[in-house]
Write a new protein. Structure first.
Length: 254
């Protein structure tokens, strides 16, 4: 059995960066974690002239430039440098929820979960109508074993954005890790219906199907996963599982 194998939560992996650069709050299904289109009360930092690959500008920097430099550091795998730039941006725009959300992401990457949760809570307090912020805070609650609060945040995200695939997916991951397989299956089904182009829900639904004893459904989902993922490690894992499933169920030792 491989019940404990699952791919990571979508928003932590992808969504912080998407949610930061556009106002979210609607039911768009075109992006992994940005249900955008509805108006919100707080604007993200405006666009600057800073471009990817540019060296850091000299002199006094505005909040949006600091924000974009921080995002670049995150993409390049330097979360500590990202935190420093987000902190500088917050010194200039202390009431911008996107900056707190970005800071939370970087702190999460550093394993500083308590500080990350504080930043995430600040973002939600400033912009409670943003479903992505609730999902991100829910992921942090999971890190602390606070299941009820995580589920409440996912439910609120879905109230605000009923077709939000990331909320369904991440709630499904939580249910799956708690061996609540039927609930996990329901959420992965909903995530796939909302955004069928996403890869990870097919993988995790395949693992639920295997746990429930339906190897044919598991194989079909894993093939759909392979058609969508470009991650080499994930592809190798999927091929390993398909090979094992083709050989039939393994008898557990008594």
């Amino acid at each position: 059995m491989t019940q404990n194998i699952s791919l990571p939560a979508i928003v932590i992996v992808l969504g912080f960066f998407v949610a930061l650069t556009a106002c979210s709050g609607g039911d768009s299904q075109t992006k992994t974690t940005d249900p955008s289109s509805a108006a919100v009360t707080s604007e993200p930092p405006a666009t600057s002239n800073f471009k990817e690959g540019d060296s850091e500008p000299h002199g006094q920097l505005d909040a949006v430039t600091l924000f974009e430099i921080g995002l670049r550091h995150m993409r390049e795998g330097h979360p500590q440098a990202a935190v420093e730039h987000f902190d500088r941006a917050l010194a200039l725009e202390a009431s911008n929820p996107r900056l707190y959300d970005a800071r939370s992401s970087a702190l999460f990457a550093l394993g500083k979960f308590t500080e990350a949760l504080k930043a995430s809570e600040a973002a939600v307090k400033l912009l409670p109508e943003d479903p992505g912020l609730h999902v991100n805070r829910g992921l942090l609650y999971v890190e602390f074993g606070r299941k009820k609060e995580a589920l409440a945040d996912y439910a609120e995200a879905l109230r605000l954005s009923p077709s939000y695939a990331a909320a369904f997916y991440n709630r499904g991951v939580l249910h799956f890790n708690l061996a609540e397989n039927e609930d996990a299956l329901t959420d992965f089904n909903a995530a796939i219906q909302a955004q069928p182009e996403l890869a990870n829900p097919y993988f995790n639904r395949a693992m639920v199907q295997e746990t429930l004893g339906d190897l044919e459904a598991a194989k079909a989902d894993m093939i759909l996963f392979l058609e969508r993922t470009t991650n080499d490690d994930h592809q190798n894992l999927a091929h390993t599982l398909l090979k094992r499933w083709a050989e039939g169920p393994v008898m557990e030792e008594q």
